[in-house]
Ligand binder design. Structure first.
Ligand code: MF3
Ligand code: CO
Ligand code: CO
Length: 263
């Protein structure tokens, strides 16, 4: 497998793409409230990405995806399609996944969970899933193997009685939305896919963690992936750069405490 090492110029463009994706989630956060529809959230993002950022929402028309963001509610694992008829209500949990393609042609990809009102089960699932992401990010540096990142996620999910989705994975990212390598979040690397990280690689980690079983199915719209047992599912995603000494979180938001990454 040939994994691209970004040049310094490409890395600058990836930093800008990452900042832009983060800014969309920051813009959106105060608007995610009971009563708003996922269709309205989609329009807010679409307009912001075009008008304020001068970029394009990468999901729109990507292999036929009909909207600009993914909104995945409750038992939806990923790739939920925004819908004007789908209004948020108290007790919902939702992932919003944003991918921006800058005018320079580089991608920033990030997602986070929102809890509408209160959900005890949902809050715990969302917190543990973010911890899975953070535990794996903390390991990123040159020489580490992808299976080590996967194992950190699998162990933390197992320890909390949750399961790790196997049907979707993270990915390399750059001028392409989805580049090599595939980033698995569970123990399951074939030896030839279990590459060593090197400085200049960019990829996402985006674990999907289920309250019940790991199995998923895609609905007849061809996109919406749900848990087979209808249990709750959560996901968090960042776009990362491997540096000489560790990692840079290209899609870090202002609300995040990433001090755990400091040496
Ligand atoms: N942003 C998703 C990811 O993390 C991909 C969405 S593909 C789409 O890779 F077509 F559904 F938008
Ligand atoms: Co992604
Ligand atoms: Co994404």
């Amino acid at each position: 497998m040939n994994v691209a090492i970004k040049t310094p110029d490409e890395i600058d463009k990836m930093r800008e793409a990452g900042r832009q994706a983060a800014s969309v989630l920051e813009m959106l956060a105060p608007r995610v409230q009971a009563g708003i529809s996922t269709g309205e959230l989609d329009r807010l993002c679409h307009d912001y990405i075009l008008d304020e950022l001068g970029s394009t929402p990468a999901p729109l028309d990507y292999h036929g995806f009909p909207k600009s963001i993914c909104t995945s509610l409750n038992h939806v694992v990923c790739h939920g399609i925004p819908d004007d008829a789908k209004k948020l209500k108290k007790g919902d949990i939702m992932n919003i996944d944003i991918t921006v393609r800058t005018a320079d042609g580089y991608h920033g990809d990030s997602s986070m969970m929102f809890i509408i009102g209160e959900s005890i089960q949902g809050e715990r699932l969302c917190r543990v899933t973010q911890e899975c992401l953070y535990h794996s990010i903390a390991l990123v540096r040159p020489g580490v193997r992808l299976s080590e990142l996967a194992r950190a996620i699998q162990q933390h999910a197992d320890a909390n009685g949750y399961s790790v989705v196997r049907d979707f994975c993270g990915h390399g990212i750059g001028a392409g939305f989805h580049e090599d390598p595939q980033i698995l979040h569970y123990d399951g690397y074939a030896p030839e896919a279990d590459i060593e990280l090197a400085a200049g690689m960019c990829f996402t980690i985006e674990p999907m963690i289920n309250l019940g079983g790991y199995q998923t199915k895609v609905l007849r719209d061809g996109w919406t992936a749900v848990t087979r047992d209808k249990s709750l599912s959560a996901q968090w995603e960042h776009t990362l750069l491997v540096t000489e000494t560790g990692v840079e979180v290209l899609t870090a938001r202002g609300d995040e405490d990433l001090a755990f990454l400091d040496p």
